[in-house]
Design a protein around this ligand. Structure first.
Ligand SMILES: Cc1ncc(COP(=O)(O)O)c(C=O)c1O
Length: 356
C-alpha cells in the first residue's frame, strides 16, 4: 500500500525499516504489562526474549533498541581491545555501524572477500592469524551476515555456515551471526531457525526489519554470554525501563511477520524480473533471493543518484547506494501495486538515464 509522507503519496522501497506499526501493534503497546527491565521485572520483554531464544534453540536472549547495538554488544563480549575481527568486505558491521568495532570495542577489523556474500571457509583459515604470535593481533571473532544486505539479500545457507563454523572453531574464533534479516533467509529455504541457532555462538535478529515492528532487536546466545551482554548493554546506555511497551509491538511482529515474508520475496522477484526487461538495466532476477534488489545500469554509478531523484518525482522512493546500485527493498507496506508503480516509473526513466 502506498504511504503518505508529508502529504505526498509514495511507494517507499528505501528499506524494510520504514513500516509503520499496525493497529494490532499499537493496541499491544497500549495494553502491555510492564515493569522495570533494568531491575529485571518487565514480564513482556522477558517473555519476548525467551520466545526468540526458544525459536533458535539458544539459552537466552537480550532485547536491544537496535541491531547495531546488538552487534556491538556481541563484539564487545567476544573480544578484548587489540583483538581482530574478520568480516566480509561489504558487511554492515564494518561499513554501516559508525565504526563501533574500532571506537567502542577497540578492535581491528580485517575484511574478507566473498562470492556475493558467501565467505570461502579457506579464507577464514588464511586470514585468521596464528594464535601464538607475539607480534600480531589475536583473531577472536568471525561475523557472518545473513541475509547479506549489500549483496542484495543473499542467503547464507546453513550448510555453508556449518563449514564456516567448523573452520572458525578450529581457529579458536567465536562466530557471531548478524541475522538482522535471518527470518528472510529462513523463509527463502536457507535453513531452519534451529539450524542457524546451532551454528552460532551468538545471533542477532531485528524485529524492526521485515517482521515489521517499529523498534527492537534481540541478541541470543548462552546464558553466560547473555549475562555478560546485559552488562555491556547497560554500559552503552541500552538498559531501558518499561520497555515492555515496545517489546509488545515486537512480539506482534514476531508472531505475525514471519509467515508473510515469502510475499515480500515474490514482490522483489517480480520487480527484478520487470526491471531486467527495461533497456539500460543490469539486473539478474535469479540473484534476487529475498527482499532486496540492487538495480545497476549500463551507464554505471553516476546514473544512480539521478535515477533516485527521477523516481522520486513519480512518488517511488529507493536509495542510491554508491557503486552498488539503486536499492529497492520490499516489505509489509509495499504490495504488488507499488511494484507496478515502480516499474511504470522505471520504464519511463531508465532508458533515458541508464543506457550507456
Ligand atoms: C545486515 C544488517 N545488520 C545490522 C543492521 C543494523 O540494524 P539497526 O538499523 O536496527 O541498527 C542492519 C540495518 O539495516 C542491517 O542491514
Amino acid at each position: 500500500m502506498p504511504q503518505t509522507i508529508q502529504g505526498e503519496t509514495i511507494s517507499d522501497f528505501r528499506s524494510d525499516t520504514v513500516t509503520r506499526p499496525t493497529p494490532a501493534m499499537r493496541r499491544a503497546m497500549a495494553e502491555a504489562v510492564v515493569g522495570d527491565d533494568v531491575l529485571g521485572d518487565d514480564p513482556t520483554v522477558q517473555e519476548l526474549e525467551a520466545l526468540a531464544a526458544e525459536a533458535f534453540g539458544m539459552e537466552a536472549g537480550l532485547f536491544t533498541p537496535s541491531g547495531s547495538m546488538a552487534n556491538l554488544i556481541a563484539a564487545k563480549v567476544h573480544t578484548r581491545p587489540g583483538d581482530e575481527v574478520l568480516v566480509e568486505a561489504f558487511g554492515h558491521v564494518y561499513n554501516n555501524e559508525a565504526a563501533g568495532l574500532g571506537s567502542v570495542c577497540g578492535v581491528l577489523t580485517r575484511t574478507l572477500p566473498s562470492d556475493r556474500g558467501l565467505i570461502d571457509p579457506d579464507d577464514v583459515v588464511r586470514f585468521a592469524r596464528p594464535e601464538e604470535s607475539l607480534h600480531s593481533p589475536r583473531t577472536a571473532l568471525l561475523v557472518v551476515e545473513n541475509t547479506h544486505n549489500f549483496h542484495g539479500g543473499r542467503v547464507v545457507p546453513a550448510a555453508h555456515l556449518r563449514r564456516l563454523r567448523e573452520v572458525s572453531r578450529e581457529r579458536g574464533l567465536a562466530l557471531h551471526l548478524d541475522g538482522a534479516r535471518i527470518w528472510n533467509a529462513i523463509a527463502a529455504g536457507g535453513g531452519s531457525a534451529r539450524d542457524y541457532g546451532a551454528l552460532a555462538d551468538s545471533l542477532m535478529f531485528c524485529f524492526s526489519k521485515g517482521l515489521g515492528a517499529p523498534i527492537g532487536s534481540v541478541l541470543l546466545g548462552s546464558a553466560e554470554f547473555v549475562a555478560r551482554a546485559r552488562r555491556v548493554r547497560k554500559t552503552l546506555g541500552g538498559g531501558m525501563r518499561q520497555v515492555g511497551v515496545i517489546a509488545a509491538a515486537a512480539r506482534v511482529a514476531f508472531e505475525t511477520g514471519r509467515e508473510r515474508l515469502a510475499e515480500d520475496h515474490a514482490n522483489a522477484r517480480a520487480l527484478a524480473e520487470g526491471v531486467a526487461e527495461i533497456p539500460g538495466a543490469l539486473v539478474d532476477p535469479a540473484a534476487c533471493e529475498t527482499n532486496i534488489l540492487f538495480l545497476r545500469t549500463e551507464r554505471g554509478p553516476e546514473s544512480y543518484p539521478e535515477l533516485q531523484e527521477a523516481l522520486r518525482a513519480h512518488g517511488v522512493w529507493a536509495i542510491a547506494c554508491g557503486d552498488l546500485g539503486v536499492r529497492f527493498v520490499t516489505h509489509r507496506d509495499v504490495d504488488r501495486g507499488d511494484v507496478e508503480r515502480a516499474l511504470a516509473a522505471l520504464r519511463e526513466e531508465l532508458p533515458r538515464l541508464g543506457r550507456a
